[in-house]
Design a protein around this ligand. Sequence first.
Ligand code: CAA
Length: 440
Amino acid sequence: MTAVGIDAIEIWTGKLKLDLPNTFAEKKGEDPEKYRKGLGLENSSFPDVYEDIVTMGANAAKRLMERKGLTPEDIGRIDVATESSFDNSKPVSTYIAGCLEQVFDENFHHANKGERKFACVAGTQSIDDAYNWIKAGRHRGRAALVIATDTALYERGDPGEATQGAGAVAMLISEEPSVVELSTEQGYGSADETDFLKPNQQFPSVDGKRSMQVYLARMREALEDFESVAGRTHPDDFEYIPFHTPFPGMVRKAGLLGYRHMIRDTEFEDELEDEIGRQPREAEYDDWDSYEEALRAYMDDLKETEEYQDWYGRVIDPTLSLAREVGNWYTGSVHVARTSALKHAAETGEELTGDRLLVGSYGSGAQAEIHAETVREGWKEEMDELNIDEQLDDRYDMSFDEYELIHDVHDHEKETDVEEFTRPVGEFTFTGWGRMNERK
Ligand code: CAA
């Protein structure tokens, strides 16, 4: 059977950065360690005044197409995943295709275009759509361009403000891919939830603490559903486990939950018994609260074990290095996490071809999706082509006042006059809301 999966990845960060432990924490009067250790963030990326979801997505896609020697004729489908859309009718993919047509001097009239929305899980859903389209044989030999692009902004003063971010991930989905092959092993956890939503509003209404519980509950369901297809999982089955990363502290919790789930009823759980006891079983408790309390105590002990810390350091921590520098990119976040892990492996000389990844995507509202991928032979060459480190180094480090001004610029409700800036040559830039199509 022909392998289908991710053939190429490009990451495009917003050109500004906010230093969280210093600039942000100082102004908020908070301990820098809350950001560095608690949330796990050093910096977040912001869009400059001439950037938006279209320019970031188009710039990522342009670099990907040029690097792979592609023209619009090679692409049969452009799907954009975003929760920052500004148009309730025209999909963002049409704006991005319009930009790309200017550069490649060829049109995308033959390409199917769409916009996927289910909060942050929509990037993964778009990959699924592309996979199914190719597997169904409707692609006529063409590849799909999937672009996850977001400006993840919160109301100023909202607890989520510390976890903002902006950037785009462009991915080429094709037959015989270079980076990873997608498998049919997939599981879901989905429920109607209202902890994070944006009904006709730009900035989300968030119940932050509840949103973390919902993330973990849906992720556990998705893992159980995945196991119903793929069989029992074991922590050592996967080289890396990239999760949706709203902030690395969230993934610390998801990693522990996954590990605890995977070791239950194994010989390894028996081996750990002398050290930390056995996992509590729900049936052993009279009520849910006492079961939860016992489980929490077990997890606290588990996370201190040498075995867990070693596993976390190998399998989860390498997925977080880019997120620590860029914050939450919503739909792009889990794809940034996969890239972080592969990039880390390339830099440390690991050989990954044939190894498996378990990818945990999540979208508020809420749905978790877990699937397995197998790393393909061309993964390292693809990682060597990334220029994300240079992009991160080139970001302009904002003062707090500049941050507030930029936040206002991107607030659709505010008219903010910013005349002084330099647009980079050769990139798509945004020239104003009144001139929607003027992206050069
Ligand atoms: N030193 C070390 N650690 C510290 C510290 C210090 N001085 N001060 C605080 N911390 C730790 C806290 O103990 C906490 O860690 P634990 O959760 O492990 O205990 C962590 O830092 C954060 O501190 P708080 O809980 O006090 O932070 P907060 O209440 O100000 O904000 C938040 C946290 C509620 C998650 C907020 O960032 C938020 O609302 N974020 C947006 C919603 C979100 O991202 N939810 C995630 C799940 S939903 C999702 O994933 C979809 C999506 O993309 C949005």
